[in-house]
Design a protein around this ligand. Structure first.
Ligand SMILES: [Zn+2]
Length: 237
């Protein structure tokens, strides 16, 4: 090892002593062998859905009658106060894009040999509006898609859909106004995916409205296409 390399390695060691990586959930300093973002104890609290083992599951159920799905999965259960919520918040609000890539890779590892997904053409992240992207610095769904793509050996088509209007706060609008607002805020953009099987990716599935609209846009625009869905988390109840 050269002196330069030794100094650099010493620097990295000092850096980790002075500024240790903290667990995203409990803020405890992390040392070496633990998960890069979580301590062993918090990692153990994450609740896997195992939906990739079920052709019909709460993700597919949530879109029944709205979006004809080939397959649908989520990685973890999302509840208030859980480790999963800390991870999603870090990804969305605290500029931790690597959380999306890492969890996306984990999700991709569960799906890469799934028979229903063997003919996937590529991954399409749900877009966010350019204003929000500018504020956040990235689109979290793209980071998840990047991690999944690395694990699954698939391309990401991050310009397949675009966000057309900034919906802002929806709290003062009626439910019907909100749904209509979301529907109008997505559009088809670049590419031709006729006859292709596409995997639509987002961070969390709640009501499923966003995935419903994006999926139907793709199915209507590209004859013979099919859509599957994967998210990092699903809200329960
Ligand atoms: Zn922890």
């Amino acid at each position: 090892m050269s002196i330069k390399q030794q100094l650099s390695s010493l620097g990295a060691g000092l850096q980790s002593l002075l500024y240790p990586t903290l667990c995203l959930n409990c803020q405890r300093p992390l040392f070496g062998k633990e998960e890069p973002q979580l301590c062993i104890s918090c990692y153990g609290e994450l609740a896997l859905t195992n939906y990739w083992k079920q052709a019909e599951n709460p993700v597919t159920d949530r879109l029944t009658g709205r979006l004809p799905l080939t397959f649908g999965v989520a990685l973890y259960f999302f509840n208030t106060g859980t480790v999963c919520q800390s991870l999603i918040h870090a990804l969305k609000y605290y500029r931790r894009p690597e959380v999306g890539i890492q969890l996306g890779r984990e999700l991709g590892n569960h799906l890469k040999e799934h028979p229903t997904l063997a003919d996937l053409h590529g991954i399409i992240p749900v877009p966010i509006h350019p204003t929000r992207r500018h504020e956040r610095g990235y689109n979290q769904a793209e980071k998840i898609a990047d991690g999944m793509a690395a694990a699954m050996g698939l391309p990401v088509f991050d310009r397949a859909l675009r966000r057309t209007s900034f919906t802002g706060s929806q709290t003062k609008k009626s439910r019907i106004e909100r749904v209509d607002n979301v529907r109008k805020s997505f559009a088809i953009d670049k590419g031709d995916f006729s006859g292709k099987h596409l995997l639509l990716v987002d961070d969390v599935i709640t009501t499923g409205a966003t995935l419903d609209f994006c999926g139907n846009l793709l199915l209507e625009a590209y004859p013979g296409s099919r859509v599957s869905i994967a998210t990092l988390a699903i809200t329960e109840g």
